[in-house]
Design a protein around this ligand. Structure first.
Ligand SMILES: NC(=O)c1ccc[n+]([C@@H]2O[C@H](COP(=O)([O-])OP(=O)(O)OC[C@H]3O[C@@H](n4cnc5c(N)ncnc54)[C@H](OP(=O)(O)O)[C@@H]3O)[C@@H](O)[C@H]2O)c1
Length: 255
């Protein structure tokens, strides 16, 4: 299939850094106008400054954990003319389940799982009309359970299952990518509360991850594990017996 280019409008959630910033760069280079969503106005402004044509894009501020966050985001988005939706906003929290408050745990579910489902449902009529696309940023954390990041892994497992089912339901009408990266150098680790560490062998550069995702989109959508390091990690996750995997991950992630 041909590379997706065009003058359409794409909503990118979590555009204030990390993957969201790179999605913004690469989608702008393909000719799209962007609705750049985030919570932090200063960081979102930096994304806008990094664009070649900042006048073509618009910022939307909304906290997806807040009661009115989703409603505000939808009210601000020009849903009538939307071509693409990138469900990218998300975060994880690191630590034992019993010692982590319930509010942040539920917030992970709200931002990483509930928001993409609700946004997609509300924006689908417009996306279908334009024959557009949806990218759901899940994670290899959704492939196996993760002790000490249990709620995050559960949210991403849910997102992957939902996104893959949706891709099948919408096949032939709209392109869907389920992006499942492994460890990547963004703000994610700091936000999760995990100590800095040396960085995983499996880390893959952010531009390469987004390029692989958009290539999957060009091929009609699919489940995208970007780069050989992440594909190696996925293979190891799949071939390691479940109870060994739990023991290894528990040792790796125990506070
Ligand atoms: N980095 C990794 O290792 C990795 C691996 C696999 C999957 N992922 C996934 O990739 C996605 C992007 O994360 P990232 O790695 O680029 O991390 P990041 O640099 O921390 O970016 C996260 C983005 O999500 C936004 N966000 C978080 N909570 C939000 C909320 N309650 N309401 C609105 N926006 C919110 C942040 O906005 P503010 O700045 O305004 O808070 C920020 O723009 C996430 O879904 C993450 O789970 C990351």
């Amino acid at each position: 299939m041909s590379e997706l280019t065009g003058q359409g409008l794409v909503l990118i959630t979590g555009a204030s850094g990390g993957f969201g910033l790179e999605f913004s760069r690469q989608l702008e280079a393909r000719g799209y106008n962007l609705l750049l969503h985030g919570r932090d106005k200063a960081r979102l402004q930096m994304t806008l400054s990094a664009m070649r044509y900042p006048d073509r894009h618009r910022l939307i501020l909304a906290d997806l954990n807040a009661k009115s966050g989703l409603t505000n985001l939808l009210a601000d988005a020009d849903s009538a003319s939307l071509t693409g939706l990138v469900n990218n906003a998300g975060f994880g929290i690191w630590g034992s389940f019993e010692q982590t408050g319930i509010v942040p745990q539920i917030d992970v579910i709200k931002t990483d799982l509930k928001a993409p489902i609700a946004l997609t449902h509300a924006l689908l009529p417009s996306l279908l009309k334009s024959g557009g696309f949806i990218i759901n940023v899940s994670s290899l954390a959704g492939v196996t359970p993760l002790p000490y990041m249990s709620t995050y892994a559960a949210a991403k497992a849910g997102l992957t299952y939902w996104s893959e089912a949706l891709r099948t339901e919408l096949a032939g009408r709209i392109r869907v990518v389920t992006l499942a990266p492994g460890p990547s150098p963004t703000g994610f680790r700091d936000v999760s509360g995990m100590p800095a560490g040396k960085g995983s062998f499996f880390r893959t550069a952010v531009p390469d991850i987004i390029t692989a995702c958009l290539k999957t989109l060009d091929h009609g959508g699919g489940y995208c594990i970007p780069g050989w390091r992440h594909r190696l990690l996925y293979t190891l996750q799949k071939i390691t017996p479940g109870r060994w995997a739990l023991r290894i991950m528990s040792k790796q992630l125990r506070p």
